[in-house]
Design a protein around this ligand. Sequence first.
Ligand SMILES: [Zn+2]
Length: 61
Amino acid sequence: MSHSPENVARYVCSDCQLIHAGVPRRTATGKRSFDPPETCGGCGGDDLIPIQNWVHHHSAE
Ligand SMILES: [Zn+2]
């Protein structure tokens, strides 16, 4: 398992399936963290699924 410091969180829009990069921010302890975008840039929807959940969802039967 690689340990990249530039591992950007990604979110999938559940409506149009556009993938968005997470919005970077720094926590109070100086660590890098990501927030999901407020809304989808494609359809304006606000239901953004973390990509790891999305993959999990689609690997289920
Ligand atoms: Zn969308």
